[in-house]
Write a protein that binds this ligand. Structure first.
Ligand code: UDP
Length: 481
């Protein structure tokens, strides 16, 4: 019997990266007959991550490999910014990657995500083709490919430019919506980001977790605009929306679903700010009050407020003791009993979004979360926190029409409880909410069709490759999509 083709995947740390690459890995095994090595870069222990990657129901040809943990003690300090820590950890961990790949008898291809481009050089040495799986929007991909040119041509800060920034053929990005990593060019964060995106053209192909109907403008531009041709941009394949389909359930997750079973259709608002998003103390208090005042049913994923850091995303240890009652407004639990559930740290997000009782999602608009919401036809209250979430929000509110954005009163640092109450009511009972829900359901249908198409297209290609006697290991590109 012919050996199954062997592909390896390398996500950067953080659930927002691990989840979509893992989904791709499962599909390559289940639908396309691949053998997959899925590498994990170890940071701090994360309960959610371990539960996810060690699920007993994984297919046998999907091998999760924890790379030897790098000693970061002399490289990072408590002051090292989160994003730098992420990039440094990846770089240090990859020092042993060459020997890992050799030991595995060289996979036919390696699929990396954006902050793992150090692996490209190692793969080049070993003649292993590298592909990129871009886990954010195509709009951000286009901007990222354009960034090296901006860097060469623009003096001063992008945020001070008089006009919005525009990647060729794409919608303009308002300077206030630019992603965190490019807001201050003097930072090491910017330099890391520029380093990785400058290397994107070195890969053999880029998979994006999106679909044509959802992001027609940037997808067209990447295909047709002369700038991207000349770069040259590797072939871009929309393969999405890839979201978690089955997540391992704990006993407390099952209780959440049992509670949802008892609620009316479309009546519950899920409140979850991604894998690591946190609010300030003041904001969290307003947030909880707004939720309570709205009198709508809710599931609140509560994280301990932190005053000056909204983005623990990559290094959210999950091991900290989290007691929401110690930071929720006094009496909140008692007053909202029966109306809402408070879950410390983590929710089975996809299972909740899939449930018929869930009618809205207050989300930080990370790319995975917004895809999960749309795939289940759930409209959104946008609460962007970090990275490119403001860009995502703008797209959902102004172009797609499935989200509402609460705003702070002029001169105020936080969004007040009245505004939160207003948007929750608007989404859950107002006419505007109904229009957004209808739009989300239309997109749900288009997402379903897109995914079927992406799947059958790639199955067809793998069959063609096999029929023409192409050795899969010689031609991974034809097999992947
Ligand atoms: N997630 C979850 N439960 C939570 C919070 C997050 O399952 O309580 C999952 C969510 O379903 C999504 C991922 O974590 O798949 C977060 O990715 P996203 O891109 O939305 O945001 P990030 O965490 O990278 O900022």
């Amino acid at each position: 019997m012919a050996m199954k083709p062997h592909v390896a995947l390398l996500p950067s740390p953080g659930m927002g990266h691990i989840i979509p690459l893992f989904e791709l890995a499962k599909r390559l095994v289940i639908h396309h007959g691949f053998r997959v090595s899925f590498f994990v870069i170890v940071t701090e222990p994360s309960t959610a991550q371990n539960q996810f990657l060690r699920s007993p129901s994984l297919p046998p040809d999907l091998n999760v490999i924890y790379l030897p943990q790098a000693d970061m003690s002399s490289i990072v300090t408590d002051e090292t910014p989160v994003f730098d820590r992420l990039c440094l950890t990846v770089r240090e961990t990859l020092r042993s990657f060459r020997s890992v790949l050799v030991e595995l008898n060289r996979p036919s291809a390696l699929i990396i995500d954006i902050f793992c481009t150090d692996a490209i050089d190692i793969c080049n040495e070993l003649s292993i083709p590298t592909y990129s799986f871009f886990t954010a929007s195509t709009a951000l991909l286009a901007f990222s490919l354009y960034l090296p040119k901006l860097d060469r041509e623009v003096q001063g800060e992008y945020v001070d430019l008089p006009e919005p920034v525009q990647a060729p053929g794409c919608k303009p990005i308002r300077t206030e919506d630019l992603l965190d990593q490019v807001r201050n060019r003097k930072t090491s964060e910017y330099k890391w980001f520029l380093f990785h995106v400058s290397r994107l053209p070195m890969v053999a192909g880029i998979f994006v977790n999106t679909w044509e109907d959802f992001e027609p403008v940037p997808l067209k531009s990447l295909k047709e605009n002369p700038f991207f041709h000349q770069l040259p941009t590797p072939p871009v394949h929309p393969v999405g929306p890839l979201i978690k389909v089955d997540e391992p359930m704990t006993a407390s997750d099952a209780e959440v679903l049992t509670w949802l079973d008892k609620q009316p259709s479309d009546s519950v608002l899920l409140v979850a700010l991604g894998s690591g998003g946190t609010l300030s103390n003041e904001q969290f208090t307003e947030f909880a009050w707004g939720l309570e005042l709205s009198q709508k049913r809710f599931i609140l994923v509560a994280r301990k407020p932190i005053d000056d850091d909204v983005a623990g995303a990559f290094f959210n240890s999950g091991s900290e003791v989290n007691k929401p009652v110690s930071y929720l407004p006094e009496g909140f639990m008692r007053r909202t009993e029966g109306v809402g559930l408070v879950l410390p740290s983590w929710a089975p997000q996809v299972a909740v979004l899939r449930h018929r009782s869930t009618g809205g999602f207050l989300s930080h608009c990370g790319w995975n979360s917004l895809l999960e919401s749309i795939v289940h036809g759930v409209p959104i209250i946008a609460w962007p926190l970090y990275a490119e979430q403001k860009m995502n929000t703008r797209m959902l509110v102004e172009e797609v029409g499935v989200a509402v954005l609460p705003v702070a009163e002029p001169g105020k640092r936080v969004i007040g409880r009245k505004e939160i109450e207003r948007v929750v009511r608007l989404l859950m009972e107002g006419d505007e909410g109904k229009v957004m829900r209808r739009r989300a359901r239309e997109l749900q249908e288009s997402a379903r069709k897109a995914l079927n198409y992406a799947l059958s297209f790639s199955v067809q290609l793998s069959m063609e490759a096999t029929a023409s006697n192409l050795s899969p290991s010689q031609n991974p590109k034809d097999l992947l999509i």
